[in-house]
Ligand binder design. Structure first.
Ligand code: TYD
Ligand code: MG
Length: 477
């Protein structure tokens, strides 16, 4: 017999006790006790019996499980997932409230529920082994069924295979999944017993959001560390035992961590961050962790009236359209995952009478900005100490961790100062050192190729000029 008991366990040292305390009596850390369900075997014999069942398997003899992927039919979403969903995969989608998580998942639900072919086995026609339709259970703990319906109407989704459930009890959610699975199985048996089954399951579960889920086995409030951890464990267990993919929505706190613990990120298979400036239309979906694919992929979406659209050519979002011969503008190529994206850098330089001129930069690190201004002043003959300098990376994108934008930033500032435009359709790629020389950057060849493909004729990099001063002389005078 399995008996359940509640214990408060310290997340730092593992000490446990029956009641809560603000400070762990064992290691002295504050706020580290988390309510946890402990399952104990009633009989010792049972535990021993279980142990004897453990098997040792040689790595070479492990059978290869089919990793067929279910496409979400949203190209950028598939790209980030590494080609599609894998059965039994638990995906956490984390992002700030209002960024579009529910919208993305509802759209994915629609695509999954109308899908006909299985990836890698796409015979045309509706019958046969390759035809397959998922049923999606969309559990909303945040919004009522009618609110979700309103969103679906806005997105033009009227799919019969999407089942809505307004529920915050995770155990009831799991029961509903079992019920759905049983019904689908029965239907399958009736229909065709001879057809080859490609997927063990045809149900996809979406939980929006994990912070609203609770289990009655714990007394903590929804959103508490204990509840979030336990609910996620239960969902993961279900995903693995029933072999169904599960999407879990997680909110992000102001500090930028998934509310509740980072623990959540360890439990799930895949963590995707959904980010972007809410006042702008573009959104980035970034893989932070992925047990079934690469973690350096980024999907670009744009939020439109009818929902999110995949952006296959991101430069359309990040480059302004009516650019002619304007001074103060330079185009940089930054890497988002494995993909180079062109962004526009705009500068404005105004003479000032202030003792400490203003330096305002958006989208780049302010310390890096000051450093590059110093390099321009000292090494390149552009004296900026009597000017207010403003810089903006258009499209609201941030290039804080990528030094490959240095050259574009310097040239944009120099162009603004000299009031001379850079050559039309030119892109600047390079890191600028404190000595003012231009350095090669990671994946330079790939960036140049991508820029040329998009019709950029002039590439300014360390292959054309060695020093920043030289670049200014060559391209701005
Ligand atoms: P939502 O998916 O509710 O965000 P989250 O689940 O991450 O909290 O998205 C809400 C925002 O998206 C809201 O500000 C309105 C906007 N939106 C559109 O611009 N177009 C649309 O078609 C939809 C459904 C939402
Ligand atoms: Mg939502």
């Amino acid at each position: 017999m399995v008996r359940k008991s509640l214990l408060f366990v310290c997340q730092q040292c593992g000490y446990s006790q029956v009641g809560w305390a603000g400070k762990c009596p064992e290691c002295g850390s504050w706020n580290s006790l988390v309510e946890t369900v402990q399952e104990r075997e009633g009989k010792r014999a049972g535990a021993r019996e279980k142990k004897t069942k453990t098997e040792l398997i040689s790595l070479a003899s492990v059978p290869i499980k089919s990793t067929l992927r279910i496409s979400t039919k949203i190209s950028e979403f598939d790209r980030v997932l590494g080609g599609g969903l894998v059965c039994g995969q638990v995906v956490l989608i984390a992002g700030e409230p209002g960024i579009g998580k529910s919208t993305l998942l509802l759209q994915a639900a629609d695509k999954l529920a109308t899908r006909q072919d299985v990836l890698g086995n796409s015979k045309k026609g509706k019958t046969g082994a390759s035809s397959h339709t998922s049923r999606v259970l969309y559990v909303s703990g945040e919004e009522s069924v009618s609110q979700t319906k309103l969103r679906a109407d806005r997105l033009g989704i009227k799919n019969k295979n999407i089942v809505l459930l307004e529920e915050t009890d995770v155990d009831r959610v799991l029961d509903s999944i079992e019920l759905m699975e049983r019904r689908t199985d029965q239907r399958k048996e009736k229909k065709e017993s001879s057809s080859v089954q490609l997927f063990n399951s045809s149900t996809v579960l979406i939980v929006d959001s994990i912070q609203t889920m609770t289990t009655s086995d714990l007394s903590g409030m929804a959103g508490s560390v204990g509840q979030i951890k336990e609910c996620t464990y239960r969902l993961v267990r279900q995903a693995k035992s029933k072999n169904i993919p599960i999407f879990v929505v997680g909110h992000v706190t102001k500090e930028g961590t998934v509310a509740g613990p980072a623990v959540l990120m360890h439990i799930v298979d895949t963590v995707l961050w959904f980010e972007g400036d809410k006042s702008l239309t573009f959104r980035l979906l970034r893989a932070v962790k992925n047990r079934f694919g690469p973690t350096d992929e980024v999907g670009v979406f744009s939020m439109q009236e009818q929902g999110l659209e995949s952006v296959n050519a991101p430069e359309k979002v990040f480059l302004s359209k009516g650019r002619g011969n304007v001074s103060g503008i330079a185009v940089a190529s930054i890497m988002e995952g494995t993909r180079p994206i062109l962004v526009e850098i705009q500068s404005l330089i105004v003479p000032t009478k202030l003792a400490f001129p203003r330096r305002v930069a958006q989208g780049i690190d302010s310390k890096r900005f000051e450093l590059l201004l110093a390099v321009l002043t000292r090494r390149s003959g552009i004296p900026l100490y009597e000017n207010d300098c403003f810089l903006n990376v258009s499209g609201g994108i941030s290039i804080k961790n990528d030094p490959s934008g240095d050259l574009a930033i310097c040239l944009s500032l120099a162009s603004a100062y000299l009031d001379k435009p850079l050559p039309v359709r030119s892109v600047s790629i390079g890191e600028v050192s404190l000595l003012g020389d231009i350095r090669e950057v990671v994946a330079q060849e790939k960036r140049i190729k991508e820029a040329k493909r998009l019709g950029y004729k002039t590439v300014i990099s360390n292959r054309e000029v060695g020093y920043l001063q030289e670049a200014i002389k060559k391209y701005l005078k």
